[in-house]
Design a binder for this molecule. Structure first.
Ligand code: UD1
Length: 426
């Protein structure tokens, strides 16, 4: 991790050109975890070069997973032999998605030990759904100091109802159930596109998963037999990155083609952009965002599980709403600690009032002014870049590594459409 800052000179000059969307962090991390269920060579494509991917590969390497080939955006991994059941503390503590490695490891080795998973601080982020799921499948839990250990000679299928919809919870239980004995039913599952994608990939290797992408998923376990044969995982384009770029263009003005994305996965954010006055043209794998008229406020943006408005786009769209005429309500329903970044936006000149821990009122339009800021997490970090790009004067953004965890070469791509942003080592 190289310490760096972003220096961003804001402007109202219209943006133009094409910007490419890279592979999604939230997709590739689960694809990488699934190698632990396999014995053949698994090829990964469209991999984003980001911190969380590097650390996950390091974590897999420490368990004995071999990296057989490495290309620019591709990788071949082989997990025919693994030699441990402990997730390295220093890495697992940094990445929330490290917990999706735990299920496959438990299913395969009969034991797994891991620390409380880290990641962005978005509120409490408990792991009770995982604990409940593994216990329902027959695992015993014990604490060793502050680390979790789960063990089970044979995991058995179970009928598991999530009391709350969870993306990684659904993925973790789906991955665990692939090697279990018997059938597992997951009810009230998350519907995010990464879930059916993961299921399709696992099925291509011989898993038997049906219903992924609906609330009820059924997994017929292999009874401990590893999935064999070679497989290829092509990382989905990052819908959050695409949506953030769209918010930037609408906020600053201009016309930009956002390429290599899946517009279908962005249906609700696109509708919101249109509602507030942006013109969005949708192609097969691109969207063109253009702002011709003044932006207007919107009654409410409410974050919801997919296909609703994603919580990961909440901060970028809040920045956008600071440029809309009128008052807009933003209602964050997924996480309780995800609005604290508004203090920084207010210091830049925004007029955002917190109604309660979940709701804010954004009054606009307001002129933002460049400042010195620190990125609080991956998604709000990108929102700060958007704010800085439309502000008057220069902003310096610290904590760039938090943005690097999720977005590759963000400054290069933003420069190509006209944002004045530079990375400086600090
Ligand atoms: C994933 C995404 C993250 C996104 C989030 C919501 C990854 C790596 N990260 O995170 O970018 O913001 O979905 O779309 O895919 N919860 C519990 N108990 C649990 C697990 C979760 O109460 O055991 C709660 C969480 O605190 C939160 C809600 O469930 O309030 C949904 O969180 P969840 O879907 O699990 O988020 P992640 O999968 O961690």
């Amino acid at each position: 991790m190289v310490k760096a800052t972003f220096h961003i000179l804001g402007s109202s000059k219209p943006l133009s050109g094409n910007i490419e969307v890279y592979g999604a962090k939230n997709d590739i991390l689960k694809g990488l975890a699934s190698v632990l269920l396999t014995s053949g060579d698994i090829t990964y494509k469209n991999i984003p070069k980001i911190e969380d991917v590097d650390r996950t590969i390091e974590l897999l390497g420490s368990l004995g997973v071999l990296t057989k080939e490495k290309g620019a955006r591709s990788l071949v991994l082989n997990a025919a032999r693994i030699n441990g059941h402990t997730l390295k503390r220093d890495i697992a503590e940094q990445i929330r998605a490290s917990i999706v490695l735990a299920g496959p490891l438990l299913a395969r080795s009969g034991k797994v030990r891991f620390p409380y998973p880290g990641g962005c601080v978005l509120g409490k982020r408990p792991i009770d759904l995982f604990v409940h799921g593994w216990r329902a499948m027959g695992a015993r839990m014990r604490m060793i100091g502050d680390e979790y250990e789960f063990s089970a000679k044979h995991l058995h299928g179970a009928d598991i109802t999530f009391y709350k919809v969870s993306v990684t919870g659904t993925e973790a239980m789906m991955l665990t159930a692939v090697l279990a004995h018997g059938t597992t039913i997951l009810r009230n599952s998350a519907l995010e596109p990464e879930i059916p994608h993961l299921a399709e990939f696992l099925n291509s290797l011989g898993a038997r998963i049906t219903g992924a992408g609906t609330p009820t998923i059924s997994i017929e376990g292999t009874g401990g037999k590893l999935l064999s044969g070679a497989g290829t995982f092509v990382t989905l384009p990052d819908r959050i990155e695409a949506g953030s770029f769209a918010a930037l263009v609408a906020a600053r003005g201009g016309k930009v083609k956002i390429i290599n994305c899946d517009p279908e996965q962005l249906a609700v954010p696109i509708e919101i952009l249109r509602e507030i006055g942006a013109v969005v043209t949708v192609g097969k794998d691109f969207i063109i965002v253009e702002r011709k008229v003044k932006l207007k406020s919107i009654d409410m943006i409410k974050t919801r599980e997919y296909p609703g408005f994603p919580t990961d786009l909440q901060a970028p769209f809040t920045v956008l709403l600071t440029q809309a005429h009128g008052a807009s309500l933003v209602f964050e329903t997924i996480f309780e600690g995800r609005l604290s970044y508004i203090d920084d936006l207010n210091r830049m000149g925004a007029y955002i009032t917190a109604c309660d821990p979940h709701r804010i009122l954004v009054s606009g339009p307001t002129e933002l002014h460049g400042r010195l800021m620190e990125s609080p997490d991956i998604r709000a970090g990108l929102a700060f870049i958007i704010a800085a790009a439309i502000a008057k004067g220069q902003s310096i953004l610290d904590g760039v590594y938090k943005i690097d965890r999720g977005y590759e070469d963000i400054e290069k791509r933003l420069r190509s459409i006209g944002v004045d942003i530079e990375r400086k080592k600090s």
